[in-house]
Design a protein around this ligand. Structure first.
Ligand code: NAD
Ligand code: USQ
Length: 382
């Protein structure tokens, strides 16, 4: 299949591009390298030393013989995107290419506006490009479990049957996102659903939980293929961030009570979920939603598990509750459905102690790269 991986230089996109290439697909990466520029803006970095995109794909070709084409450019520039579609004629478009940090989107008006413009207009451009140049192309769009928020009822996969005043309908599941970033994903979902309805294009919204880990079989083939890992208070996510805090003997920062429960999955399952979606495309006109996660944990539970492994490895770190910089429910009900990807063949990699140890030991290996002052949260919702 001819597959475009937009955002293919990022944390999820890079291993996905390699995995799909390894499976024999004809992969093209599109990326504007915005994430690397944001590192400069925040004076931060990936814990692992990542090679340039050019060097990464050259190494991939050297190691496997497989070519991955690259286009450096912005989905917000429609002339660029049109040219990419004209040259590639994609059968699937995997869309990771968004600003994905909730705290970054909450810095100030400019960052909120950048996040929503970048994400919503970029995605709208992709919808138009599919309509105009590749109407059969299957859009595989990365959404987020955070679109749903933490309702006091079970979270369904995209839709919920509602009975109201004696009448029934199946409607999009209510959305209660917790940041301007998460809101951008809700706006994207609405635009995609509408485009499927009016133009008959096909799309799968992968409502992904928090991704942990860094390695896949493919990224391990050579040090130059290593994936990025974020640890700072802006882009670092729970679990990966906790392991990196532990690696430098920093406190593991639980925000508020730590009862916040989130859905998680291993990066090795991210790449497989995208493959499953690509190999089982939505029908023409269908807007399909899969909840892409394998387990859920409270933040406190994860912090305790990382601390336990850190102590086993001789690292002195403590779990510390700090004032929550976000506005979110800290003690809530959580029960989310995730059967559709499993029904299509996903075999989850669950969070074992060895997986935590692997993330921790990678952080320890590169701990000189961790900038200690970036580890605490610096952005508040208030
Ligand atoms: P990332 O920031 O590491 O990667 C995103 C990539 O997209 C970067 O390489 C960036 O340069 C590129 N990009 C951003 N805007 C672009 C634009 N307008 N044009 C071209 N390229 C652009 O993020 P990630 O962690 O790999 O996340 C990928 C996707 O998955 C995002 O849409 C994110 O919302 C979603 N997601 C991520 C997680 C997670 O835990 N990392 C969880 C759920 C959903
Ligand atoms: N948290 C802590 N301590 C920390 C960091 C985070 O307690 O040091 C808490 C947060 O308050 C929050 C939870 O952990 O309750 C998750 O925070 P996070 O930063 O790991 O994840 P989030 O901001 O939700 O965003 C990440 C990705 C985003 C993706 C989302 C999936 O950055 O791209 O959409 O996870 S989900 O959470 O399902 O919405």
């Amino acid at each position: 299949m001819r597959i475009i991986v937009a955002g293919g230089d990022g944390f999820c996109g890079w291993p996905t591009a390699l995995y799909l290439s390894k499976q024999g697909h004809d992969v093209t990466i599109v990326d504007n390298l915005a994430r690397r520029k944001i590192d400069e803006e925040l004076h931060s970095n990936s814990v692992t030393p990542i090679a340039s995109l050019e060097d990464r794909v050259a190494k991939w070709k050297e190691v496997t013989g497989n070519e991955i084409r690259t286009f450096i450019g912005d989905l917000n520039h429609y002339d660029f995107l049109r040219e990419v579609f004209r040259q590639v004629k994609p059968e699937a478009f995997v869309h990771f290419a968004e600003q994905r940090s909730a705290p970054y989107s909450m810095i100030d008006r400019e960052h909120a506006a950048y996040t929503q413009t970048n994400n919503v207009i970029g995605n709208l451009n992709v919808l138009y490009a599919i309509k105009e140049f590749a109407p059969e192309c299957h859009l595989i769009k990365l959404g987020t479990m955070g679109e749903y928020g933490t309702p006091n009822i079970d979270i369904e996969e995209g839709y919920i049957e509602i009975e109201h005043k004696g009448r029934k309908d199946t409607l999009p599941y209510p959305k209660q996102p917790g940041s301007f970033y998460h809101l951008s994903k809700v706006h994207d979902s609405h635009n995609i659903m509408f485009a499927c309805k009016i133009w008959g294009i096909r799309a799968t919204d992968l409502n992904q939980g928090i991704v942990y880990g860094l390695h896949t079989e493919e990224t391990k083939l050579d040090p130059m293929l290593v994936n990025r890992v974020d640890y700072d208070g802006v882009f670092g996510t729970a679990l990966n961030r906790f392991a990196n805090q532990a690696a430098i003997g920093h406190d593991i920062t639980v925000y508020g009570s730590g009862g916040q429960t989130r859905a998680f999955l291993n990066i090795e399952d991210t790449v497989r979920c995208v493959e499953i979606a690509a190999e089982n495309p939505a029908d023409n006109g269908e807007f399909r939603v899969f909840n892409q996660f394998t387990e859920w944990f409270s933040v406190q539970e994860l912090a305790d598990r990382v601390q336990k492994i850190a102590h086993e490895e001789g690292l002195d770190t403590q779990v510390k509750k700090i004032e929550n910089p976000r506005i979110e429910n800290e003690d809530h009900y959580y029960n989310a459905v995730n059967t559709k990807l499993r029904d299509l063949g996903l075999e989850p990699h669950l969070l074992t102690d060895d997986v935590i140890r692997d993330i921790l030991l990678t952080a320890v290996e590169h701990k000189d790269r961790i900038i200690a002052e970036n580890v605490l949260p610096s952005i508040t919702w208030k």
